[in-house]
Ligand binder design. Structure first.
Ligand code: PEP
Ligand code: MG
Length: 551
């Protein structure tokens, strides 16, 4: 099967079909005692899983973030909840799955109707615990960190939080029916260096659990139960690819310098503090984009200032004196945060997202800005606003930033007084007014993932129109060119953190257009560096001139 190459690499492993929706049917339990014992085993397993997840989250994100899992464990130990499930089995002789389903439904309704917001939110926890018990009754895996080694995950689609949970030591690759190259799922896979092919149409219908699968993330090809000849070809390819990667690793400590002496900076895009290791291992000179929305996902409430501060500080200190560009909350589009209760929108990518949401919710925004400012006392931090369309938004965001700074100063809390503030250029109106915006900021960072979709009117995740999604279109390149020229005229530097920055086929054109900083998935850094070290500015400029006129 052929799909979209989302993350490079070659993997061979066993399929695991991730089913999110479990249909529960009512059946008669053959033996009530046995059914009760089945339930007990599922509950014990659920508690063990929750304890493991809790420990992991506490280690990665702090005790507060892990508290939610304590709440889930408490539900499983509640003196009324579990006995009520059992009484359905004892009295009505129904199967355990159905007994769980009925009890959860009742409690979720009771909590869902309560006046107190905190108690109302507990309905979601009860449902979550219920699905965990049912998954354990059915022997299904709900948590991607629980997968066996050597797994190829096959799913209709994966949310960014699913991929954030993936454990590289267990997941060999993943395949999805839906998704595109710049969907956040694909971006996370590249960050984690897990090979992936997405947009396969109906791979979930084509494979069964345990099928042997070959994933060629370099070509976007997938083989299901291949014969021995194909298998040995791919085992060899896998080895070759590994060697090639090793060779590139030798570039890690060398500078990104063209043959004629122009130095650019190569930085990494990260989603969580744990991505820093890969960034440093691949020779990143900084973090050009810290997508902070992942701190807000996979939980039931907003992260506190303290939790955010800890996460930012961890990244800043691990990066030493290297720059860390922290992007403020960019939710909306394909990044949902269920507990914020945002209404569904017809066009979420054109809706109430990113800076628009933050300017309307200064409480949430200021908490994040304070956390970032506090982390700036520990290293070199830049703040970056996403989805800026005009200068008014920059000024309004800066006003809230000034308030946050004032509050810290009043309380004697240190922060970097010279902290840089920049914007993402990912809306055409921002690129076209780069001359107006440049004096107001310290830097631009071009987000080609969104800039391409908005310039060409092509949904970045819709595979029906994927042929139209192309950042080499002169329309997109001219916006990039103008943006760089105007920034340089104003003495400001320009970074790029969209996926184009990590595409070795785009590297020379971007060099020719004068880009200063390339920020990408850590694994792409050596590939791009290899191109830069073999290029000259003169030939790059000639190539850019040509590209501005035609594809
Ligand atoms: C972009 O739009 O290019 C970008 C880097 O932001 P995101 O992919 O998170 O929307
Ligand atoms: Mg974007």
């Amino acid at each position: 099967m052929r799909g979209i190459k989302a993350s490079p690499g070659i993997a061979i492993g066993q399929a695991y079909l991730l089913q999110k929706e479990i249909k529960i049917e009512k059946t008669a339990a053959e033996d009530r005692e046995k059914e009760l014992a089945r339930l007990d085993r599922a509950i014990t397993r659920s508690i063990e899983q929750l304890k493991r997840i809790k420990d992991r989250v506490a280690k990665e994100m702090g005790e507060n973030a892990a508290a939610i899992f304590d709440a889930h464990i408490m539900i499983l130990e509640d003196p009324e909840f579990i006995p009520e499930i059992k009484s359905h089995i004892e009295n009505e002789g129904v199967n355990a799955e159905y007994a769980v389903h009925e009890t959860v439904k009742k409690y979720a309704e009771i909590f869902g109707e309560m006046d107190d917001e905190y108690l109302r939110e507990r309905a979601a926890d009860i449902k979550d615990v219920g699905s965990r018990i049912v998954a354990n009754l059915l022997g299904q895996i709900r948590d991607l960190s629980e997968l066996p080694n050597g797994t190829i995950v096959v799913a209709k689609d994966l949310s960014p939080s699913d991929t954030a949970q993936m454990d590289k030591s267990r997941v060999e690759a993943f395949l999805t029916d839906e998704g595109g190259k710049t969907s956040h799922t694909a971006i996370m896979a590249r960050t984690l260096e897990i090979p992936a092919v997405v947009g396969l149409g109906n791979i979930t219908q084509q494979v069964k659990n345990g099928d042997i699968i070959i994933v060629d993330g370099n070509e976007g090809e997938v083989y299901v139960n291949p014969d021995n000849d194909v298998l040995s070809i791919y085992m060899k390819k896998k080895e070759d690819y590994k060697e090639y990667k090793e060779k590139l690793k030798s570039l890690t400590t060398l500078p990104a310098l063209t043959r004629d002496g122009r130095k650019v900076e190569l930085e990494a895009n990260i989603g969580t503090p744990k991505d820093v290791d890969a960034a440093l291992a691949n020779g990143a000179e900084g973090v050009g984009l810290f997508r902070t929305e992942f701190l807000y996902m996979d939980r039931n409430n907003l992260p506190t200032e303290e939790e955010q501060f800890e996460a930012y500080k961890k990244v800043v200190t691990s990066m030493g004196c290297r720059r860390v560009t922290i992007r403020t909350l960019d939710i909306g589009g394909d990044k949902e945060i269920p507990y914020l209760g945002l209404e569904e929108e017809e066009n979420p990518f054109l809706g109430w997202r990113a800076i628009r949401f933050c300017l309307d919710r200064p409480d949430i925004f200021k908490t994040q800005l304070r956390a970032i400012l506090r982390a700036s006392a520990y290293g070199k931090v830049s703040i970056m606003y996403p989805m800026i369309s005009d200068i008014d938004e920059v000024r309004r965001a800066n006003k809230i930033l000034d308030e946050a700074k004032r509050e810290l100063r009043q309380n004697g809390i240190p922060y970097d007084l010279n902290i840089e503030v920049g914007i993402m250029v990912e809306i055409p109106s921002a690129a076209l007014t780069a001359d107006i915006l440049a004096p107001e900021v310290d830097f631009f960072s071009i987000g080609t993932n969104d800039l391409t979709q908005y310039t060409l009117a092509v949904d970045r995740g819709n595979q029906r129109v994927r042929g139209y999604y192309n950042y080499f279109q002169p329309g997109v390149l001219r916006l990039i060119k103008y943006c760089i020229e105007q920034a340089h005229k104003n003495g400001k530097y320009v970074a790029m953190c969209g996926e184009m920055a990590g595409d070795p086929e785009a590297t020379k054109i971007l060099l020719g257009l004068g880009l200063d900083v390339f920020s990408m998935s850590a694994a792409s850094i050596p590939l791009v560096k290899d191109v830069i070290r073999n290029a000259t500015i003169e030939e790059a400029k000639a190539l850019a001139e040509k590209a501005l006129m035609s594809i």
